[in-house]
Design a protein. Structure first.
Length: 240
C-alpha cells in the first residue's frame, strides 16, 4: 500500500533517455502504486493541446495505458506546462488537479502544490505568474497561431536559462518558510508535498506546537526520482 509522487521530469524529444526512463517507470515500478500523482513540469514546455508531435503522443498514450490498468492518475500543472488543458486530460485519462489542493491520503490531509507559488522572494516571477496564469491571458495565448506560440515559448525558455543565479541569490529561487507555514495553516494540513525547486528532501519541523513535514520531490536528470508514500514509511527513491 503506497502512493507515488513525481514532478519535474521536463520531458522533450531532445532528451530521449528521460522519456525512455519514464516509460520504463510507468510499465514497471509505478504499477505497484495505489495512485500516481504528477505534480507539474512533466514536459519541458507545453504550448497547447493542439501541438502534438510523435514524442508527446507517445507519452500521452503511455499515460492512458497506465490509467487503463486501474491505477488512478492525477496531474497538476507546473510552470513549464501550465497550458495543458482538458483535451490532454481526456487523451491521457488523467485527472487534473488545482494548485494547491488537499487530498486525503490514508486518512491524513496532505497538501499538494507544484511549488513555484511558495518562492515568494522572486517577486518578478510571482508578478509574471499572476499575469500569465490569468484566465483571459491564457485564453488569448491559446488563440494565437501555433507558430506564434512556439516563438513565445522559445523566447521564454531562453530567457529563463540565460541567467544563472549566484550562491548569494539562490535563496530567491527556493521556497520561503513563511509561505510554507502560511499555506499549511490555510489548508489545515501538517504535511506538504511539492516539487519545482529540484532540492529533494524530507524536512521535519514544528508548526503551531504540532509535528509537521515538507517533502520536496526530486527532478529527473540522469536518473529519475519518486516519492513512495505509505502509512508506514515515506521514501524518496531513485528511478533507474
Amino acid at each position: 500500500m503506497a502512493t507515488y509522487f513525481i514532478s519535474d521530469l521536463h520531458l522533450s524529444a531532445t532528451k530521449p533517455h528521460l522519456s525512455s526512463l519514464f516509460l520504463k517507470f510507468l510499465n514497471g515500478d509505478a504499477k505497484k502504486a495505489d495512485a500516481l500523482y504528477i505534480l507539474g513540469d512533466l514536459f519541458e514546455a507545453w504550448i497547447g493541446d493542439d501541438n502534438l508531435d510523435i514524442h508527446d503522443m507517445g507519452i500521452i498514450n503511455a499515460l492512458a495505458e497506465f490509467s487503463e490498468s486501474g491505477i488512478p492518475l492525477y496531474f497538476m500543472h507546473g510552470n513549464r506546462d501550465f497550458l495543458i488543458g482538458e483535451q490532454f486530460a481526456v487523451d491521457s485519462h488523467c485527472i487534473l488537479l488545482p494548485d494547491p489542493v488537499v487530498v486525503d491520503l490514508y486518512n491524513t490531509p496532505i497538501l499538494l502544490t507544484h511549488g513555484d507559488l511558495l518562492c515568494t522572494l522572486d517577486h518578478a516571477y510571482q508578478r509574471f505568474r499572476k499575469f500569465i496564469r490569468h484566465s483571459l491571458v491564457t485564453k488569448l495565448l491559446l488563440s494565437f497561431p501555433l507558430s506564434w506560440r512556439k516563438k513565445i515559448s522559445s523566447f521564454l525558455r531562453k530567457k529563463s536559462t540565460r541567467y544563472t543565479p549566484s550562491k548569494e541569490e539562490d535563496h530567491k529561487w527556493d521556497v520561503t518558510l513563511e509561505a510554507v507555514y502560511q499555506t499549511l495553516r490555510e489548508h489545515k494540513s501538517l504535511t506538504l508535498i511539492h516539487g519545482h525547486t529540484h532540492k529533494p528532501g524530507i524536512h521535519h519541523f514544528i508548526l503551531d506546537n504540532q509535528p509537521a513535514k515538507r517533502i520536496v520531490l526530486g527532478d529527473w536528470n540522469e536518473t529519475g526520482s519518486v516519492l513512495i508514500y505509505s502509512p508506514e514509511n515515506i521514501e524518496l527513491k531513485a528511478v533507474v
